[in-house]
Design a protein around this ligand. Structure first.
Ligand code: KIV
Length: 275
């Protein structure tokens, strides 16, 4: 490929510059084939720790490890040419101290080649975000519904319903913004709160179940593609991948059982003198 034809990868400053501009298109990606399909359409590919639930069948994201994130991150990076690739730091790899977060984030970026990390950022995380960004690690914040807090919160619940919660989510947003996050995911809040946060912070907000009032949107790709029977209520399904896969495999299984498929198509043709 000539240097002129090479696609330029979207960088952290490009994302930051989209505040209030054309909405950011972001999706989760966990593996090579899907990342290759998503990459031309997306500004950001997030290797989310939701992979623990979507790919590995865990009940929550708590059991996801740094090694899992790195393995999936490498696969996504091999496929992606243009999107900014962000990798989640999983539970237990960044909360203890800024130093712990730096060691985890540095390992993720060095081993995968991704451009940034995301952390679920309560108000306390401001110090960590500042520590990382001052040392050259771009950080995306994640506020509102924080899936890694599921044990404490009793599941995945929308945030900002009471005055105290509303104030807490605003404080989380400000802490991430002031500490230098380049973008902030807002999960599971209503439109009024998403609009308020988006107006108050200097960087793009990326909503998931948080209304179109954000500077961009992100979804778990398998939810939008309809891979599973269940998806969160706010997700519009654009395909029924689960049914498509099940139907195709069912038809192939029937052909195999009835020996009806054209045998030649399922057989290597080896010429006698090749042996
Ligand atoms: O883990 C994840 O996939 C996420 C997004 C859905 C925002 O954090």
């Amino acid at each position: 490929m000539s240097a002129q034809n090479r696609i330029k990868r979207i960088g952290v400053p490009d994302i930051r510059a989209r505040k209030g501009g054309e909405p950011l298109v972001c999706l989760t990606a966990y593996d090579f084939p899907m990342a290759r399909l998503l990459d031309p359409h997306c500004d950001v590919l997030l290797v989310g720790d939701s992979l623990g639930m979507v790919v590995h069948g865990l009940d929550t994201t708590i059991g996801v490890t740094l090694d899992m994130m790195i393995l999936h991150g490498k696969a996504v990076m091999r496929a992606s040419k243009q999107a900014l690739v962000v990798i989640d730091l999983p539970f237990g790899t960044y909360e203890a101290s800024p130093e712990q977060a730096f060691a985890s984030a540095a390992r993720v970026l060095a081993e995968t080649g991704a451009q940034a990390v995301k952390i679920e950022s309560g108000v306390y995380a401001g110090d960590t975000i500042r520590f990382l960004t001052e040392r050259g690690i771009p950080v995306m914040g994640h506020i509102g519904l924080k899936p890694q807090a599921a044990l404490n919160e009793g599941g995945f619940k929308a945030r900002g319903r009471s005055k105290t919660e509303w104030d807490r989510v605003i404080a989380e947003a400000k802490a991430a913004d002031e500490a230098g996050a380049f973008a902030i995911v807002i999960e599971g809040v209503d439109e009024e709160l998403a609009r308020e946060i988006t107006a108050q912070v200097s960087v793009p907000t990326i909503g998931i179940g948080a209304s179109p009032a954000c500077d961009g949107q992100i979804l778990v790709t398998q939810d939008l593609l309809g891979l599973f029977d269940w998806a969160p209520k706010f997700v519009k399904r654009y395909a029924s991948l689960g049914e498509t896969v099940s139907d195709a495999v069912g038809r192939w299984a029937a052909d195999v059982r009835s020996r009806e498929f054209p045998a030649a198509e399922q057989t290597y043709r080896i010429k006698p003198n090749d042996r």
